[in-house]
Design a protein. Structure first.
Length: 333
């Protein structure tokens, strides 16, 4: 999803830009929602990507294999900041109608396993009204007072945005720009060489399946063994959270202790990604995640029950907004 903006932040940004009176006279246009849905990956789709360069209303669409699913996007419609950030039936049907023309089977709303919506800030010139011509990139502006503003952008270019911003700061403060070191900087856990040997070693050492070992190496890289170390104190953490997914209990404990996860959604959405893989599977996994959160964070049983119900309600609302049946909360044993 694209970066989110709060109403207060957007209003403050607009007022600052107006006061700055930048030479380019560009403004942030807040209120465009990119929407994505995830479908079961057709067996004959392979590892190719599909690009639809122009729909009937001049939008660009794509379909990309992603972690065993087909990621389809994106609509981009104007949105009020008060709107719920959930995929609507109208948006989903739009995506399905266009992508089904190029697939071997036609998908229905009930086939959608997950979805996501963001709120995207776009940069436009003061006299530009056609939203399809607004730039999706970021721009750096330096106002007369020296205020440096980063306008627009999205998550997929976060590193480039940071590089441009730091370059602008350096140029403004010192008059020169040093070479960027993040372009080739390895992220924490980055792998070098083949994954196969590491997958085999993990599976043999910890007694897990090749599927789980492969999942852990792809997700955590060189830190996969650190995740599995959490199971030394409790071997049940080597078991999958729910049938049909490779995520295991050790990942939950790791995300709580090492990645500051403090809620079910933190774990299933922002750490493990199971919520994006399948909403219904995530609801089934919620009780197991709640039990581990309760143990690690000291929740009482009532708090754990409340967290499960609240999480399930949000997922069910997402399904109902899409136009399909919601789900019920699983039992906390």
């Amino acid at each position: 999803m694209a970066p989110h903006s709060s109403p207060g932040a957007s209003l403050a940004c607009r007022r600052l830009l107006n006061l700055e009176e930048s030479n380019s006279y560009k403004t942030i246009h807040i209120g465009f929602r990119p929407c994505h849905i995830l479908l079961p990956l057709p067996e004959d789709f392979g590892d190719h990507a599909l690009l639809i360069p122009k729909t009937e209303d001049k939008r660009v669409m794509f379909a990309i294999p992603w972690q065993g699913r087909l990621l389809v996007g994106t609509t981009e419609t104007e949105s009020d900041l008060r709107d719920e950030m959930m995929v609507t039936g109208e948006e989903a049907e739009y995506l399905l109608r266009h992508v089904s023309r190029y697939l071997s089977r036609e998908f229905q709303l009930s086939d959608i396993v997950s979805g996501m919506v963001g709120l995207r800030p776009l940069v436009r010139s003061a006299d530009l009204r056609d939203t399809t011509k607004m730039a999706r990139d970021c721009e750096i502006e330096i106002g007369r007072s020296g205020l440096i503003s980063v306008l627009g952008g999205k998550w997929t270019i976060y590193r480039a945005m940071a590089e441009d911003a730091v370059d602008a700061v350096q140029q403004s403060v010192t008059g020169r720009v040093t070479a960027c070191v993040t372009r080739t900087h390895c992220l924490f856990g980055s792998l070098s060489g083949s994954e196969d040997g590491r997958v085999k070693t993990l599976a043999e050492t910890h007694g897990i399946t090749q599927k789980i070992a492969h999942h852990l190496v792809r997700k955590f890289g060189t830190c996969a063994a650190r995740v599995l170390d959490r199971a030394r104190e409790d071997s049940s953490l080597l078991s999958p959270l729910v049938d049909g997914s490779p995520q295991i209990g050790a990942e939950v404990v790791y995300s709580i202790r090492e990645e500051m996860a403090i809620s079910i959604e933190d774990v299933l959405s922002r750490r493990l990604g199971l919520q994006y893989f399948d909403w219904r599977l995530a609801v089934r996994a919620a009780p197991a995640v709640a039990r581990m959160l309760a143990r690690e964070l000291g929740w009482c049983s009532a708090r754990a029950r409340y967290e499960i119900d609240s999480y399930t309600e949000r997922i069910s609302w997402s399904l109902e907004t899409l136009g399909v049946d919601g789900v019920r909360a699983a039992t906390l044993n």
